[in-house]
Design a binder for this molecule. Sequence first.
Ligand SMILES: Cc1ncc(COP(=O)(O)O)c(C=O)c1O
Length: 394
Amino acid sequence: MTNIASPLFPLGLQRPAYDLDAWREQIPLLDELVPMNNCSQSPQTHATRAAGERYLESWGRRGMDWDAWMEVVRLAKQEFARLINASEDEIAVFSSVSEATSALATAFDFDGPRDRVVVSEAEFPTIGHAWLAQERRGAEVAWVPVRDGVVEIDDYDRLIDERTTVVSACHAYYLNGFTQDVAAIARLAHARGAFLFVDAYQSLGTVPVDVRATGVDFLAAGNLKFLMGIPGIAFMYVRAELNEQLTPLATGWFGRADPFAFDVTHLDWASGARRFDMGTPPVLNAYIARAGMQIINDIGPQAIRDWLIVLGQRLIDGGRARGLTLHGTDDMARKTATAAFLVDDSHAVEEAMRARGVLPSARGPVIRLAPHFYNTVDDVDLALDVLATVVRDS
Ligand SMILES: Cc1ncc(COP(=O)(O)O)c(C=O)c1O
């Protein structure tokens, strides 16, 4: 199905392919507020709360239930794998995307002829920092520019060369939702013998992502944004064929072939992406993360994307109609539904909107309105009205 507006099918009457009302009943926060800050933190659901309580119950009543806890971590990896069309043994678990990226960066050598890392300026700062920290090990970072809020593929073409080890490209730009064609970037990188690392934190949960179809080598994301989870957990995909070639300098006992061998004098490597696992995994977070990702997988990323195209277009058109200035592209084919509007003092605007019942997300010069699968056209209209009023009155 398609949800693109047509004159025969007025926007206000449109519905997604799933039962929107039933899903909204799963989100208590909707009784009080309109969350449009899913690019920062998505709301709690009955399912994620129950998952957290299952861990607390197990800890409270059993003291320690190690095997059951590790099984949930494994199932959380499996759920992440399902989201991106990977297999469970291609997924490593971390406490943040920063940690995942930093561990990955240490798996490359930069003291040979391939000393270059090509990084987009659209990366979340932590990603740039993880690569810049490798300069001490001989890396040279080349920056792919952001121009007018977007990144052009020609700039990757210009910068990726025979000296490039890895290209680091976000799927969606955290500032305004602009999405990069990661399949095209993968083709360019591979043609020149480089790998592609993708930070999908701002897209996963809102659009279908298929690591096999796109040829991405590594992909990381955390769970508190569109994956309906909480801070303190993140996952990284490492393409199966690459695992055996790579060993990170940042490691821990869960990266060993048998963590419970307790062999302090030997460093061996687990097969698969598990070699990137660090220390004791974030168990409580894994319970909640798994439940959040199940929601996305159950609804289906394509059905979510179809609905978010409707809401994203509504934000673009409605923002324009209210005299707001959009940051970046207005082409929904090149962006997520996150809409960023330029404001003078984004933190003050966020506070003022929150006081009027709408949760936006301030980032630098913009206020972001980031709807998710459970939002309605009315939510979008209300958020735009409140933003326009706050901007006018400030
Ligand atoms: C695209 C993107 N990558 C990374 C991060 C930060 O990840 P972490 O705090 O898990 O290191 C964010 C947080 O806002 C983000 O939007």
